[in-house]
Design a protein around this ligand. Sequence first.
Ligand SMILES: [Fe+2]
Length: 314
Amino acid sequence: MNAASQFAPVITADRDALTKDFPLRPFAIRHMLSGHPLLTLPRIAQLAAELPRDLIEYNSGAAQISQDPDKVKSVDLDPVEVVKRIETAGAWMVLKRIEKSPEYRAIVEDTLLSVARARGFSSLEDAGFSQIEGFLFVSSPNSTTPFHMDAEDNFFVQIHGEKFFRIYDNQDGGIADAAQVEYSTTRHRNVKYDESFRPRAVEFHMFDGDGCYVPYQWPHWVRTAGSYSISMAITWKTPEVKRLNDLHVVNAMLRSLKLPQAAPGLHPAWDGVKLAAFRATRGIVEPLRSSQTMRRVLRRIALGKNANYYLKKA
Ligand SMILES: [Fe+2]
């Protein structure tokens, strides 16, 4: 194998996993992204310098699995320094929406296209991969990503370092009920952890070249081992996921006006009315989101005074 072919935007998985488990259950994947020039610390430091500040979130890696978001310890370094000193900074960082950069968008989309093709589709659209977004994680040795859930489907790829990744089955609401799912979607992703959840877990022990599929809203927590870590989440939202997410946002806004709402699906006709009204309003507001200041104001209006928690000064 020559140097140019050592990495490629390709994910592979067991055929049964791609046909039977996807998109409902977690499974292991392999990839060929480790060593890609865009996924090295110097290039990620450059990306951290270029990204708008509100697309970078970082804090101490010394977090609890069950972490109160209001008690997260900060790191007294600027984002570029965090990346450059990640081996010793004791930090956890995520760079959000990296697909806004054309180079990163290409790697995210090309990698997902490899999955679309393995599933028998010729394009991302045909495979149902829409609203594709990428997130890069850099973390110091022995860092913990607290128990949380994400409002999207995700192929998580481990680029560098050793990582333990545990994903929990919440399909019966036994870990997080409908109210908690709404809260995690709209306010803060963290979920309280209890050891009694352990039998529901699927564990992945990852090194460079490993990864896993994380289904929509399956809670998980992650810990790095003795080396620094670089990982990437390749995410997308199907029309059904977008619908559920929008309903959670509407319900949270109405709840804040003292109008508690049933979970999505319990009253389909009323869901449809709320969704139509919300999407019409969003169409008016959306152009304002190109400004970082306006994004901050809109988050504050929609989600309350703690919505910009990750922008507080270190
Ligand atoms: Fe996550």
